[in-house]
Design a protein around this ligand. Structure first.
Ligand SMILES: [Cu+2]
Length: 460
């Protein structure tokens, strides 16, 4: 019931409907979105809040939601055409996105209404396809208590900085008197989009209203400057105090963008540029018997990595590029254990930042950033049999192939999982086989699957 097209199911065809039924196992701040190509970029997305069944482990009086989105005047396809054309300027005309907060132009979003003395849980969700968002409430203190659906020990910060797909909950206690009103500051930016007055970054100033008519307290300190403290996931600790897992297997992944034999510059992980199989990878895992352990049956471009049931996997993800990549792993929360400098293709004039680790009680989350010329290490236990994508959550990078597929415990899957007929029907009505290898054939016969573009090592 995870949703990604050609991974766990066939997409819902136009004019059809499908009901997702699943046991909710995790409370927290989530969102849902179309997961076929660039559907998220074109707006198929919405917040999804899961409340605790029992008492919430952090105390607050009320909660407020701020959902952040980027919005462009062109469709994804129109924008991609301009962005990927090396003869066109970057960003393309109108390429500076607009920012939406709670679904409307962020300049017109309803104020946050505070009552004196109450503690609010602000749920923050960045549903953008491309842009980062920062939030601060000058004159108030924030305490981080949740990251991507995982509670953390409360930690005081001045601001939150979210990549696409990341979420946070912060507690804010209102002042005890309602003599003044305040403002919040939401800044939309992307580390790779050049500044342009009023366009990048785009700043949205919203009201924090205690009493209408009361004077506003203007921000005295500069956001992001001096001692300003952003939330930093490597410094957070899981509330349940789960220690760093002992690693059974370490997997090195290198992110990149290179020239391929098609003449295009494509994104890749370990030189393989992702493309969807014909038969969803999960159905291949279920129907190929012993061969389900052979990564080749999933096809070359779906880039299957087979995980053994219950092994603790460490991913060491290197980013020898100038852009940060926000990577989302499906099916797991993972521990954030280390950031450090990559040793791959580093320009001579680059100043390496030091290694930072959290191998005591790390925070868990489901979307992590690999900054430029850094690596990030994460750990998780392969205790959720399935087929789970790892992919960049900037839509353009996902579309260009920065993704792979973890095939987790196919033996356990084959013993325990039965796909509902209504889900298989989504494939049948589209003439897609629900068994066999990536091409819907026996063994290693891939007739019908387009050939994988070849990696060309040296870019012109
Ligand atoms: Cu990316």
């Amino acid at each position: 019931m995870d949703g990604p097209a050609s991974v766990t199911q066939c997409g819902i065809p136009p004019g059809y409907s499908f009901t997702y039924e699943y046991v909710v196992q995790q409370a927290g701040t989530f969102w849902l979105h179309g997961h076929d190509h660039h559907q998220n970029s074109d707006g198929l997305r919405t917040p999804l809040i899961v409340y605790d069944k029992n008492k919430t482990p952090v105390d607050y009086d009320e909660e407020l939601l701020l959902g952040f989105e980027d919005w462009f005047t062109e469709s994804f396809n129109e924008r991609a055409k301009l962005t990927l054309d090396p003869t066109k300027p970057f960003p393309p005309p109108h390429g500076y996105g607009f920012g939406l907060i709670n679904g409307i132009n962020g300049n017109y979003t309803r104020p946050l209404y505070f009552r004196p003395g109450l503690t609010y849980r602000l749920r923050l969700i960045n549903m953008s396809s491309t842009m980062w968002f920062q939030l601060s409430l000058p004159g108030h203190t924030m305490r981080v208590v949740e990251v991507d659906g995982e509670y953390t020990e409360p930690q005081e910060v001045d601001g939150i900085d979210m990549s696409p797909a990341q979420r946070y909950s912060v507690l804010v206690t209102a002042h005890s008197a309602n003599l003044f009103n305040y403002r919040y500051n939401a800044t939309m930016y992307a580390p790779f989009i050049p500044p342009a007055a009023g366009l990048s970054p785009r700043v949205f100033i919203g009201d924090v209203l205690y009493q209408s008519g009361a004077p506003f307290v203007e921000a005295s300190s500069s956001i992001g400057g001096g001692n300003f403290k952003w939330a930093n996931d490597i410094e957070l600790h899981a509330l349940d105090k789960q220690p760093a897992l002992p690693v059974d297997r370490s997997i090195k992944l290198v992110l990149g963008n290179n020239l391929y034999s098609t003449g295009q510059h494509l994104d890749h992980i370990n030189n393989i540029t992702y493309a969807q199989p014909i038969t969803p990878s999960l159905y291949t895992a279920l129907s190929m018997g012993e061969m389900a352990f052979d990564p080749r049956v999933y096809g070359q471009q779906p880039h299957a990595v087979i995980l053994k049931h219950l092994e603790v996997v460490e991913l060491v993800v290197h980013n020898p590029n100038t852009l940060p990549h926000p990577l989302h792993l499906h099916g797991h929360s993972f521990q954030i254990t280390e950031y450090g400098p990559t040793d791959i293709n580093v320009p001579a004039n680059h100043t390496a930042l030091p290694v930072v680790k959290n191998t005591g009680v790390p925070a868990r989350r489901d979307t992590f950033v690999v900054p430029p010329y850094r690596y990030t290490k994460i750990r998780f236990r392969a205790d959720n049999p399935g087929s789970w994508p790892l992919h960049c959550h900037m839509d353009i990078h996902f579309v260009l192939g920065m993704a792979l597929t973890f095939i987790e415990a196919p033996d356990v899957l084959q013993r325990t999982l039965k796909i509902p007929e209504a889900m298989l029907d989504l494939c049948r009505v589209q003439g897609i086989k629900t068994w066999g290898n990536a091409a819907g054939n026996e063994g290693l016969n891939f007739t019908g699957l387009p050939p994988a573009p070849l990696f060309v090592a040296s870019s012109p």
